[in-house]
Design a protein around this ligand. Structure first.
Ligand SMILES: [Zn+2]
Length: 254
């Protein structure tokens, strides 16, 4: 066993046997690990093994099988995100997406930092749908998907209104769009925004503002991309999709 300290974000937990719990934690230094917590409900760890809790953990890591949490130092939650069903469902989806993208025991400090920052910005009250889109676009590479939304794949010109082609797995400018009659016919502003999302800096995030009609177009196109290139169907995403149907009832009454 290897005793170390690492920051970690709880992805989920689930009951195990009568009183114990299995907790999946995305650790900064050692990747995604499954921890066994004995007597989880009356343990000093109870509060820090809840999903969407970030702590500095002192852990015993095993190369195979479960690892163990010995103690923790700092811990923080995201109270605003937790207190709002819309924010919470999007944050839960991001955790599930990171979980799906990560292999066990493989460290990915860059993704850890990106996920932590995205959650912190949600907590700050930045646009959750836009933050989610940016996360979805940037995490594509972890699923082995590399798409270029910056330029036409034939002539490499930039600054053109681009459409997307599944046939060529890339974008076509007006001059080359005839090469795929089944291209998506997506609003070129959607492609422009995806290109921005791919390279966005955290400081830019605070100023980005997108109208709801454009957000809907982004949602539809990113869903298509995920269906075509990633092919995962997460429960947390289904919940968001369902919420779009009934969510306005809640919003109207807030
Ligand atoms: Zn072109």
């Amino acid at each position: 066993m290897n005793r170390v300290e690492t920051k970690g974000l709880v992805l989920y937990n689930r009951p195990y046997r009568e009183q114990d719990m299995l907790v999946k934690i995305f650790t900064e230094s050692y990747g995604k690990r499954m921890f066994f917590v004995r007597h989880a409900h009356d343990s000093k760890l109870t509060s820090v093994i809840q999903p969407l809790t970030a702590s500095s953990f002192i852990v015993n890591l095993n190369a195979t099988g479960f690892s163990f949490i010995e103690d923790y130092r700092e811990s923080h939650t995201f109270p605003k995100v937790n207190g709002d069903i819309f924010s919470l469902s999007y944050a839960t989806y991001l955790l599930a997406l990171a979980d799906a993208a990560l292999q066990d025991n493989v460290s990915d400090p860059a993704l850890f930092a990106f996920l932590s920052k995205t959650l912190a910005l949600m907590e700050q009250g930045l646009d959750i749908e836009v933050l989610t889109n940016i996360f979805e676009v940037q995490i594509l590479s972890r699923f082995g998907v590399s798409l270029n939304f910056d330029e036409c794949l034939v002539c490499h010109r930039v600054g053109q209104p681009l459409d997307f082609s599944y046939k060529y797995n890339g974008c076509l400018c007006p001059q080359h769009q005839h090469q795929d009659s089944h291209r998506v016919h997506v609003d070129p502003n959607v492609i422009y925004l995806l290109s921005r999302f791919q390279g966005i800096q955290f400081t830019d995030l605070e100023t980005i503002s997108i109208k709801s009609e454009m957000k809907q177009k982004l949602r539809t196109f990113i869903d298509q991309l995920y269906e075509e290139y990633v092919g995962i169907h997460l429960k947390a995403k289904k919940f968001i999709d369902d919420m779009a149907q009934w969510g306005h009832l809640l919003k109207d009454n807030r």
